[in-house]
Design a protein around this ligand. Structure first.
Ligand code: FAD
Ligand code: NAD
Length: 157
């Protein structure tokens, strides 16, 4: 199947944007990666899923650490989504806060800390199922990925 058609069609499904993070211990190297393939899976136990390319450094890092953090980006954090996708260089904007021994992006709409319960190979990606250890959220407007574009969704409230 033509991959461009797959991307164009799947791109019609609007999603939020996250930055997945992990660290080798509390003093070890931190790594982050932009991901829109994030979804809720189960409430009891509370599980989420991320789909990470086998060619991404993040896939190996999660295998090593067994834990990951999710920062759900706000509408103002487009530069960070580009930075953690390797599409822009904005190191001065990167500010981590630590929760449950995991780094998370300051200013995000939501933070989750997760422990990997299962990882399944799926084509050129790996599905990492995480059990939620901790979660935090604030009000605000999200960053949205739709048709290959990153947009700020401003509510009409
Ligand atoms: P790298 O490419 O080496 O790192 C990513 C970037 O983050 C680099 O610029 C690096 O400098 C920076 N960075 C990493 N750690 C730090 C740190 N500690 N401090 C400061 N900067 C740091 N890929 C998927 O596999 N799954 C998805 O769901 C997914 N969704 C995406 C959604 C969108 C909207 C976009 C734009 C891309 C998405 N990607 C996804 C692609 C993925 O973000 C890129 O391929 C990414 O470059 C892969 O990261 P990597 O782990 O290989 O690390
Ligand atoms: P795009 O416009 O191609 O995205 C459209 C749709 O295709 C989205 O649903 C996206 O999740 C999906 N998609 C894109 N690349 C994919 C991949 N390699 N594996 C699985 N699904 C994929 O996205 P773009 O703005 O051209 O993205 C910029 C870069 O980020 C590209 O290199 C793209 O491959 C990568 N990206 C990867 C993923 C992923 O691995 N899940 C998701 C989004 C973007």
């Amino acid at each position: 199947m033509d991959t461009m058609s797959v991307r164009k069609t799947l791109g019609r499904f609007a999603s939020g944007v996250t930055v997945v993070t992990t660290a080798r211990g509390t003093t070890g190297e931190v790594h982050g990666m932009t991901a829109n393939a994030f979804t809720s899976v189960s409430l009891d136990p509370p599980l989420v899923l991320i789909s990470v390319s086998t060619s991404a450094k993040m896939d190996r890092r999660i295998e090593e650490t067994g834990r990951y953090g999710i920062s759900v980006l706000s509408g103002e954090q487009k530069p960070l989504s580009l930075h953690f996708a390797g599409a822009a260089h904005e190191p001065d904007l990167v500010d981590f806060v630590w929760r449950d021994d995991l780094p998370l992006l300051d200013g995000a709409l939501a933070h989750l800390t997760c422990s990997v319960r299962a990882s399944y190979p799926a084509g050129d990606h790996t599905l990492h199922i995480g059990e939620i250890d901790g979660l935090w959220h604030r009000d605000g407007d999200p960053l949205v990925f739709f048709s290959g574009e990153l947009r700020s969704l401003v509510s009409s409230r």
